[in-house]
Design a protein around this ligand. Sequence first.
Ligand SMILES: [Zn+2]
Ligand SMILES: [Zn+2]
Length: 353
Amino acid sequence: MKEETVKEVYPGIFQLKIPIPNSRLTHTLAYLLTGSKEHILIDTGIYSEQGIEAFKDQINQIGILAKSIKTILITHNHPDHYGLAPSVKKMTSGLVAMHEVDWDQAPWRNMGNNKKKGDSDPLEFMKKWYQLHGVPEAELKGPFFPGMDSDSKNRKGSRKSTEARWDPSSLPKPDLLLKGTETFDVGRFSVKTIWTPGHTPGHICFYEESAKVIFTGDHILPKITPNVSVRNSKRSDPLADYIDSVNKLKNLDVDWVFPAHEYEFADLEKRLDDLLQHHESRVQEIVDAVQEEPYSAYQVASNVGWNVGDWKDMDKFLRRSATGETLSHLEYLKNKKRLSSVKDSDGIVRWFY
Ligand SMILES: [Zn+2]
Ligand SMILES: [Zn+2]
């Protein structure tokens, strides 16, 4: 494996590249804010043996002791941000912090070995929910999330150590559950928590005012439009949340944006405007798609354009994620009273103008 070189993106702030094996995303970008004796880490990456090696190697390059990392801030509950946290916690002396809503609503809670007796099976529940929105039976077979390893029988031997994998039962409760009002101080940095629901219901960004930098997790990425999905969570209108959260970052004094994927960039205001514009045209495209006849969310998704490629080339994970994304726009339009939905006699929800 090629070793990554740590980059000092601002005096005292280092960008670590933690690999995501076999993924189009390639890396999670974690950030280390250094003080004189103690340090703060923002995000950890996905669990893989390469990830652990990359973390150790890059901490060595920076020249600090892993044990001097006292706080591990997690932007959101996705495995490519939180998956490596238990391993990083062992190597450091850090307390892990996540927004309380993201812990409460993590899609992997109560799965695998965490499943309590008598709980309804969350995977079965999700499958039923996708069927309701028109996802065909054949696309609901096999592993439900890429790389998910919830079946302990499969854990031995069948998986290569180079593969990213995550086992829901290995993700413990964070040490600190945040409300989005906290500030974390280290050295000359004072990191302010900003709650930005949308991509996940408890997503948080971290703002450092004196350095004029913001750590945006998956909320704001330079090129990729973050997935904003309805996934049978308790919040029914994540797109409205997301748009509010984009607006929340307007008028902040920011010179550099440090996202969790792709690369750092400068013009936050322009990116915020582009994202708002993107969702506005998306909303219109979806209104147009249901003009002729009622369609399920899955059918609407198959009829609109996706920047990851043609629908026919998309695998079941991408199609499901596109369906969830489409649904967030449909729910948004329904709340704005621009579309209606009905559950047909075949048990599928269809949307119409
Ligand atoms: Zn994410
Ligand atoms: Zn991510």
